[in-house]
Design a protein around this ligand. Structure first.
Ligand code: PRP
Ligand code: MN
Ligand code: MG
Length: 187
């Protein structure tokens, strides 16, 4: 069965995503242009890899780009535990404006952990740029740091979505659009 036949419904096409990514990039470029300290983009691996790659190519500022990963295993619902960060930042974010880049915010626990972690490294502000947000599923509250802003591409209905970086059992990240799989694939 070829890849297209795994998808039941497309929620956002490649073109719609690209258009929204351009809008987000120009908003961020405008917001950070007055700063003399260009922002540090931090993509949350693995899901954010395509969004990060497309977004940073449209940013008209001298930025740094890095990745971080957090294990959702044992994350629980609160961020005061000991989340495992199997790979950490290479860039020194002390005194920097950090923009955390996510494919999707669901319960909020990933961002809650990462914001605490990056805050402890002395970032002067922490913003979040997520392509999708599923507000209906939020369980963990997170707070931006300093003058950090929240950038969001689209509000996502409460479906399990795949594509454009997002996986089901590590597959489908390579779809250029975002969609929902056929029920027989999930079961
Ligand atoms: C997914 C997604 C976000 C996170 C959102 O990552 O990419 O990072 O879950 O969920 P939350 O708001 O409930 O924390 P996942 O942990 O599946 O890892 P992946 O990016 O490698 O797929
Ligand atoms: Mn992720
Ligand atoms: Mg995943």
């Amino acid at each position: 069965m070829d890849l297209e036949n795994h998808v039941e419904k497309i929620l956002w096409t490649e073109q719609q995503i690209s258009h929204r990514v351009s809008e987000l990039a120009s908003e961020i470029t405008q917001d950070f242009t007055p700063q003399n300290n260009a922002p540090a983009f931090v993509g949350v691996a693995t899901g954010a890899f395509l969004f990060l790659a497309d977004l940073v190519r449209k940013i008209q500022l001298p930025i740094s780009v890095d990745f971080i990963r957090v294990d959702s295993y044992g994350l629980g619902t609160v961020s005061n535990g000991n989340p495992r960060i199997p790979f950490d930042l290479k860039v020194d974010v002390q005194g920097k404006h950090v923009i955390l880049v996510e494919d999707i915010v669901d319960t909020g626990s990933t961002l809650s952990c990462l914001i605490d972690h990056i805050k402890s490294k002395g970032a002067s502000s922490i913003s979040v740029c997520t392509l999708l947000d599923k507000p209906a599923r939020r369980k963990v509250h997170f707070e931006l740091v300093g003058k950090g802003k929240y950038y969001c591409g689209f509000e996502c209905p409460d479906y399990f979505v795949v594509g454009y970086g997002m996986d089901f059992a590590e597959l489908y990240r390579n779809l250029p659009y975002i969609g929902v799989l056929k029920p027989e694939i999930y079961s």
